[in-house]
Design a protein around this ligand. Structure first.
Ligand code: ADE
Length: 226
């Protein structure tokens, strides 16, 4: 899979996308990430990228020309399955959406700043708009990192234990059950007996019950959103 990311602050993307599981995916050539500095497409000597909004009002808007020039320099070489704009008024990122996007070959992510991007870009170039939650970030970079991480770890071969992504919270609309590791007893704190019993079927039943209880208490909305 190839993910291209257009950003005004490429340095902000470097560290999160160069560590841990995403680093491994890149090293194994399962994921290719290309970061494009939008400043290179800025207009004039000042490399201008934003301007005042028509109609007045506080806050600058990212201009159409630099962004479209940048997008078209990429689409001339690659056919993208989706051109995604990260924005708080987009579709909420969920596990099913991440699953769906992890099956694509080429994604182009666009990070916004200020008051956002000129609406004409959204109307004519963007194919999907995604929000990572109901709060406003200073720019789209952190959201692009979250989206890339959520997608990247789902690419076959990226995680060592293939089943591990499938047993994550949300994959079956349930939160994950509690997990424990050695020692079986720390001070007077014991691991639930059942997990030491060796009865795999009973352990799975117990885990399912725990997941269900946890979901009922913490996220009852997941059980009604079928
Ligand atoms: N840009 C600013 N806030 C955002 C959010 N919540 N999700 C995606 N992109 C954003």
């Amino acid at each position: 899979m190839n993910i291209s990311i257009i950003s005004l602050l490429p340095e902000l993307l470097e560290s999160p996308l160069n560590h841990s599981i995403i680093r491994r995916a890149r090293d194994k050539s399962l994921l290719d990430i290309q970061i494009i500095d939008l400043r290179n497409f800025g207009l004039g000597v000042h490399k201008q990228l934003d301007d005042y909004q028509f109609g007045g009002g506080a806050g600058m808007v990212m201009m159409i020309e630099p962004l479209v020039n940048c997008i078209e320099s990429l689409t001339a070489k690659t056919q993208y399955d989706e051109i995604i704009y990260l924005t708080p008024d987009g579709e909420l990122l969920t596990q099913p959406l991440a699953n769906q996007l992890s099956l694509k070959a080429n994604l182009l992510l666009i990070c916004g700043h200020y008051k956002g991007i000129d609406q004409r870009i959204r109307d004519h170039w963007i194919t999907k708009e995604i929000s990572i939650g109901d709060y406003v970030l200073s720019g789209g970079e952190l959201a692009a990192c979250v989206l890339t991480d959520a997608i990247g770890r789902l690419i076959p071969g990226v995680l060592n234990d293939e089943s591990s992504a499938l047993t994550d919270s949300f994959q079956d609309n349930l939160l994950s059950p509690p997990v424990y590791t050695r020692p079986a007893e720390f001070r007077d704190l014991k691991v639930p007996e059942i997990l030491l019993s060796g009865h795999q079927a009973k352990i799975e039943d117990w885990r399912y019950e725990q997941a269900l209880n946890r979901t009922r208490i913490r996220r009852p909305d997941l059980l009604t959103n079928e």
